[in-house]
Structures are given as structure tokens and as C-alpha cells.
Design a protein. Structure first.
Length: 148
């Protein structure tokens, strides 16, 4: 009986050792590989803000039955690079005209709430980027927004 017991204990010991080795390679070595892969991944680059261009103040009558409401808005644009400034300066009349038409087509209700202002930002970006050939407008900042 002692030989059977030794064989059984030896077999159990071998199974435990092999199980431990298998578990180590299965669980711990994968974490090590993941750590190595994470270290090898290039770190995401944080996009630097572009140059800011001031479009100055716009004052327009809003679309209204009485014609008594107006919008005073000052806009700054974040540009993709410095070259865009030159193109904006060259096309300033076209850009201002395009934006004046956009603003005067809006009603008080369309721009009075936050959602309306966000839509207006997107429309400004789209309209100006359609005019530009060299770079693009990344963001629009309202530094003054008064509806009366």
C-alpha cells in the first residue's frame, strides 16, 4: 500500500507542478506581454491649439417680424496653421458677407439657447472652410454674444 500511496502522491505532485507552470505562463506572461506592448505603443500626441484669428464684431438684424431684434457677436477662429491667416485676410470680404447672410437668416429662437449656439458654430466652420483652400478652421469661439 505504501508504494501505491507514493505513486499517487507523486502523480498528484507532478500534476500540481505542471498546473502551476501552465497557470504562470497562461496568466502572468500575458500581462507581461501586454505591458511590453503598451510601452511600445506610441503615446497619443496632444493636438496643440492653432493660431487664433479675430473676425471682429458683427451686428445684424435677426429674422423677426418686427425687425427689432439684433445680434451682436464677436468671433475668434482657431486655425489649422499660420498660412490660413493670409488666406482669410485675402478673402475677408467674402467671409464677412457669407457670415452676415448666415446671421441675418437666424431667428431669436434659433440662437437664444445653447443648442442653437452650437449649431451656429458648426455652420460658421462649414461656411468658412468651404471658402478656404489652404487650411481649415478648427474651432469657433464666441467672445461676445448679445441678442437684443
Amino acid at each position: 500500500m505504501s508504494k501505491k500511496l507514493l505513486i499517487i502522491l507523486g502523480s498528484v505532485l507532478i500534476v500540481l507542478i505542471l498546473g502551476g507552470i501552465f497557470s504562470y505562463f497562461q496568466f502572468f506572461s500575458q500581462k507581461d506581454e501586454k505591458t511590453v506592448q503598451e510601452k511600445q505603443k506610441p503615446k497619443e500626441t496632444i493636438e496643440q491649439p492653432g493660431p487664433i484669428f479675430d473676425l471682429k464684431t458683427f451686428i445684424v438684424n435677426l429674422l423677426d417680424d418686427s425687425g427689432r431684434r439684433y445680434l451682436k457677436i464677436n468671433i475668434k477662429l482657431e486655425l489649422s496653421d499660420e498660412k490660413v491667416q493670409e488666406e482669410i485676410n485675402q478673402k475677408m470680404d467674402e467671409i464677412r458677407d457669407n457670415l452676415l447672410v448666415l446671421f441675418s437668416s437666424k431667428s431669436y429662437e434659433a440662437v437664444a439657447n445653447v443648442a442653437g449656439k452650437l449649431r451656429l458654430r458648426n455652420e460658421i466652420i462649414t461656411r468658412i472652410n468651404n471658402i478656404l483652400n489652404i487650411g481649415e478652421i478648427r474651432k469657433v469661439y464666441f467672445t461676445d454674444f448679445v441678442i437684443q
